[in-house]
Design a binder for this molecule. Structure first.
Ligand SMILES: Nc1ncnc2c1ncn2[C@@H]1O[C@H](COP(=O)(O)OP(=O)(O)OP(=O)(O)O)[C@@H](O)[C@H]1O
Length: 436
């Protein structure tokens, strides 16, 4: 068979499904036509959860989708765009994305995004210590809520007693900062951090060598629940051996350790090693009193570091900040403030217009529907198809209008429909809302 006769499409399909980068492509109407396994992994999808995947994918409107639509409109590629966000499982993900328009001859037929997951690399490079430019102490942490005050209280006691500690909390709740504060309050030695996500045997052995060389200090094992079982055994051996040599071990996990043990994600013995003192850090959505003090601290650090004039946020922004759930906790808030302040010039007060549009899209301002509302759950009563499609239409059109800042002409072009058609549908939605 010569090359011309060979149908390559099964090979292309195989390659797209198995390649190590996330691939997401949309057609001219903005509809998802390709969404590979790696992209689902990055986005944290549980396949069983998705009884109606194609519909859900149509309604995805997060960062990826907005760059794809941007490229579709401009016809020019956006390359090397770094994004940090929290996926559906609440895991912090950093990707570097290249987004291209796709042409068939002269004609544009869609856009494609290629995402490289650089989360682990980012973790190693991102060092909170450097950000604060001085060792983190308990006083550098924002703790206004009662639950956070308790956390600091217990952590201070752990530092005095030099106990092994297990920190429990979602991504971005400040576990690493607390570990550092414990370290600086309890030891003159070195702080070693083992990032368990994607680590290997070699790194663990390297850590053991370092511990042999440096007599005392602290080992912070970040997210031990992400360490494969075989490596958990090795870590336990090491923790038992070196904790007798004036080395304090601190570990962190992303959720309840008892459940992690039951789910066989965490070795029972490793849990027992750390279980003498566990500190649970509540997610930010359960201690919203910490939000505005953190924002104030952030701006005061910003003024000192960059000589900026920014004083704070206005009432509307405050309302949005307090309404949002912050799945990425204070780290997500910090990254949002980094992004917002990088665009400020002479503004003293941050208003809603100055916030990045992806954040405004995410804030569920008025109890409107969200993508997860379109998941089909076997346990929930199923709505009739007509009702489901009507809600889906409202959700989709409102998101597209937001994305185009209320410009009907641009939104209609992205949706592949006439301006009149879109206006008619929007009027219908308004009328329905008026009746409810
Ligand atoms: N209580 C806090 N006070 C001040 N800053 C905080 C606090 N909690 C979190 N942050 C901010 O969030 C950033 C991330 O926190 P940190 O890395 O410690 O979270 P984490 O719980 O270890 O997350 P992960 O599980 O993803 O590693 C910090 O650099 C800091 O800027």
């Amino acid at each position: 068979m010569n090359r011309k006769e060979l149908d390559l499409s099964p090979f292309f399909s195989f390659a797209v499904e198995h390649v190590g980068v996330g691939v997401h492509a949309i057609d001219l109407k903005g509809k998802t036509i390709l969404y590979n396994k790696k992209m689902k992994e990055i986005e944290g999808f549980d396949f069983e959860e998705l009884a109606d995947r194609s519909l859900l994918e149509m309604f995805r409107f997060d960062q990826h989708e907005s760059t794809l639509l941007e490229v579709l409109q401009s016809g020019t590629p956006v390359l090397n765009a770094k994004q940090t966000y929290w996926n559906r499982k609440g895991q912090e993900i950093t990707t570097i994305n290249d987004t291209y328009p796709v042409f068939d001859g002269q004609q544009m037929i869609g856009a494609i995004e290629l995402s490289r997951d650089v989360t682990r690399l980012e973790k190693v490079v991102y060092q909170p210590l450097k950000k604060y430019e001085e060792p983190v102490t308990f006083t550098s942490l924002t703790a206004v809520s009662d639950s956070m005050k308790n956390v600091i209280n217990t952590a201070e006691k752990a530092a005095i007693a030099q106990l092994s500690v297990m920190l429990i909390g979602e991504s971005g709740t400040g576990k690493e900062l607390i570990a550092e504060a414990i370290h600086w309050a309890s030891s003159d030695g070195e702080l070693h951090t083992l990032y368990c996500h994607g680590t290997d045997e070699q790194l663990i052995e390297q850590l053991a060598e370092n511990l042999n060389e440096n007599g005392s200090g602290t080992v912070y094992c970040e997210r031990i629940d992400l360490l494969p079982f075989a490596l958990q055994t090795r870590l336990l051996e090491m923790a038992r051996e070196y904790s007798n040599h004036s080395i304090t071990f601190i570990a962190s996990v992303g959720e309840d350790p008892v459940e992690l043990v039951a789910e066989k994600k965490l070795m029972k013995e490793l849990y027992y090693f750390f279980s003498a003192l566990t500190i649970k850090i509540e997610p930010l959505r359960n201690r919203k009193e910490d939000i505005m003090p953190f924002v104030e601290d952030y701006f005061s650090r910003h003024r000192m570091k960059f000589g900026s004039v920014v004083k704070g946020v206005d009432e509307d922004v405050k309302r949005l900040f307090l309404a949002y759930d912050w799945p990425g906790n204070l780290k997500e808030l910090e990254l949002l403030l980094d992004e917002t302040t990088s665009l400020l010039t002479t503004e003293e007060v941050v208003t809603e217009e100055l916030l990045p549009s992806h954040f405004k899209l995410k804030v569920n301002k008025d109890g409107k529907l969200r993508p997860e509302d379109f998941l089909v759950h076997t346990t929930k009563e199923l709505p009739p198809l007509e009702e489901y499609l009507l809600e889906a239409e409202i959700y989709y059109l409102e998101k597209v209008m937001d994305l185009h800042h209320g410009n009907v002409t641009k939104a209609a072009a992205a949706l592949g429909m006439s301006r009149q058609n879109l206006q008619y549908r929007l009027r219908k939605i308004k009328k329905n809302e008026g009746q409810t």
